[in-house]
Write a protein that binds this ligand. Sequence first.
Ligand code: URA
Length: 298
Amino acid sequence: MNTHWTMNEQNASSDTPLDPAEALALLEFFAEAGVSELVQDTPVDNYSLPETVKAAAQPGAAPGEPPATGGRLLPPRQSQSQPAISTPAAIPLEGLQEAETAREIAANCASLEELREALERFDLCALKQTAKNLVFSDGNPKARLMLVGEAPGRDEDIQGKPFVGRSGQLLDRMLGAIGYSRENAYIANVLPWRPPGNRNPTDGELAMCRPFIERHIELVNPDVIAFLGGVSAKQMLGTTTGIMRLRGKWAVYSIAGREVPALPLLHPAYLLRQPAQKQLAWRDLLKLREKLSSLPEA
Ligand code: URA
């Protein structure tokens, strides 16, 4: 695959220069995405270039001749003025009773530690029976940025920590490219137990785990949230709209009456399967960075 990128694309929403660690993470992110050319910031119509310049760009042109600049235009940016359309997701009957119990338990947890202990004791979700470990969270609970993924996979189940497998490594690089890491971000999942064989969670499982992640978000009380992937975004925003329409569009997540900006992002596992989509992910990450850097001092 031949992918190209303008350096302005990475800095489109900020004039802040990247520090060396960010620049390295960004280059690794590009390399993974299959980027094989860098082009200049201003697109150039090669067809309108004078013949002398075109000739200089040909292989074998004399050294010292000015090279022609690449100039394929990237697709136009989507208009971001429309908020994500939110259709309330139907509440499944399956798991309703368990969800009620979960809500009462979660509401009574006054700290993250209590919430973790409550989950350790919660036996109504069948996922717990097949999982090796509870996967509660990782990162800094005081962070202003909270990321919410879908469910632990095999590596996470073994280690009891979210996003430690291949998609976690990619997530770390994505965060690194915008100057974040597990030291200044907090990570949890909609489901704290691995579905066997990484199957899709059922509506009942999602319904009974939802009160816990809602309380989890409430206790962390972040200033910005990123929902990773369709399952997380749809569950937490209460919508049936697909991730390809939700991604990159700011939504609002209410925490105890406080409206918190929430951005659905493509899931890193999806990006590992579809590396060409990393260019969309990168644009969305820039929006996240822009929002985070516009926050008033804490
Ligand atoms: N995918 C997720 O959504 N969460 C994890 O913790 C790991 C992979």
